[in-house]
Structure formats: C-alpha cells, structure tokens
Design a protein around this ligand. Sequence first.
Ligand SMILES: C[S@@+](CC[C@H](N)C(=O)[O-])C[C@H]1O[C@@H](n2cnc3c(N)ncnc32)[C@H](O)[C@@H]1O
Length: 273
Amino acid sequence: MNYRHAFHAGNFADLVKHATLLQLLRRLEAYAGPLSVIDTHAGRGVYDLAGVEAKKSGEAAAGIARLIEASDVPAEFAALTAAVRKLNNGGPARRYPGSPWLIAEALRPGDSYLACELRSEEHVALRELMKARRGVRTLCADGYEAAMDQTPATGRVLVLIDPPFERANDYPRIVQTLAALGRRNRNAMALVWLPLKDLETFDGFLRDLEEEIVAPLLVAETRMRPLTDPLKMNGCALVLMGTTVDMAEPLKAISEWTATTLGQGGSSRIYAL
Ligand SMILES: C[S@@+](CC[C@H](N)C(=O)[O-])C[C@H]1O[C@@H](n2cnc3c(N)ncnc32)[C@H](O)[C@@H]1O
C-alpha cells in the first residue's frame, strides 16, 4: 500500500466528498434515534497543510485554500468551511479535517462511529486523535470486511466507502459490500467516493451496481476537465445508496461549483441509476 492521503487532503475531491458528507449527516441527524456511522477507509483524521506532502502536491492550494477565499460559494459548503475554521481555531488553514474528525464532531450523544484504517502508522495517528471521543471506536482492519460484519441490522446507518483505488479489486469489493449492507439493513445508507479517469471503468462499475443493488442509487459526477486523458484524475464521482434523505439538490450545488470554479472546462452531472 503506497497511498498517502496527506498528498491529497483538501483537494477538490475532498471538498466534494466532505461537503456532501456533512450535508448528509445533518439530514440524518434531524431524525430522532441513534445514528451509526461506519467509515471503511478512515485515514489519519487530520492532515497538515503546511507539511512536505501537501506543499509538494499543491492540491490543497488548488482546493481548500481557494474555497476559503471564494466569494460565490453555495451555502452547501458552509458546514465544511466552518469545520476547517474550527479545527484551525479561526486562524489560517494549516490543518485540514479528514472524515473521522468531521464525523466525530457531528455525533450526538447516543450516536456511534466506527473508523477503520488498514495502514498501521495511519491507524496509530487516528487512534490517538479519537481517544477522548465518546461513541467512537477505531480498528486497524480491512474496512470492507468490518462494514459487512459490523453494520447493525436495525436502525439508521451511514457507511462511508472511500478507498485509495490502488487495486483494481476496489470496484468489485464496493459492489459486494453495498449488496451485503442492503441485505443486512434495509435502511442502510452508503456514500461511496470514486475517481473519474476513463469512462469505461466507471461505466462498468455503474453497470455492476445496477445488476447487484436493489436500493435506489444517486450518482454525482464532478468532471474537472473533459475526460480525454485516462491516466489523469479528471474528476470524481459520489454514489449515494438509500433513500432516507433527499440529497439531489445539495449534490448538484456542491458538484457544480467545484467543477466550474476549480476545474478547467469542468461540468457536473447528477442522475439516478
Ligand atoms: C482516501 S484515504 C481516506 C480518506 C478519509 N476517508 C477522509 O475522507 O479523510 C484511503 C485510506 O484507506 C486506507 N486503506 C487502504 N486499504 C484499506 C482497507 N482495505 N481497509 C481500510 N483502510 C484501507 C489507506 O491507508 C488510506 O489511509
């Protein structure tokens, strides 16, 4: 495993994923009763934007730094920019929150959060960051297996699946995990992040989803540039499984602003499968 999220933290794809995650959590938490969140690929929880990795890639400079400075930002980003300000005590954005920090901050008393991270150094940092948080457990384990084993059979559940896509088998493992979640808990919702490189891979994944998943699926494509170079990350996609809350409008606002403001000839598409 070579993937290090420190190079990518706060990039356009994190903005889309994290702004959507916060919108989804806010809607799910409007319901009474506890919420269980499972994060299959959690990472270390917080990233240093002044560190070597972030400086080298320049991705946060083209992402979160521009979002914070922009004046035309849709309201759907407000919870994310507030979280970044809170993490940085109102000062300049030197640190960027990963999904564990954002989810842990959103938990209400009685809610629970399981954060899985396979890489041991990342897991050590994550465990340290989460140690005083109530309702939070971390596991140094395979997140797909953990989600299939530990999703509660009843109640409200959100599973975040955000793999590094270093291996081709991430695509079939996502489909397998979503199918298992749906069988285990009819109310389970899941948010999946995917890279957009070439359309062949992505379309093949969507076809597999259509065949295997019974629950409704909503797709948001954020294309940062025309998809002419399959070796580049030309954008990202989110797939939302489940119907508990309506996310079409927030997804459209988040995806469109990112593609048109931070992209080069970018565009967005939101559609049901
Ligand atoms: C894209 S990063 C996660 C970012 C995080 N979700 C966030 O939004 O802040 C993917 C992480 O998954 C970890 N990882 C890779 N394979 C895994 C697996 N099978 N199970 C759990 N974690 C895994 C990597 O070490 C990496 O830290």
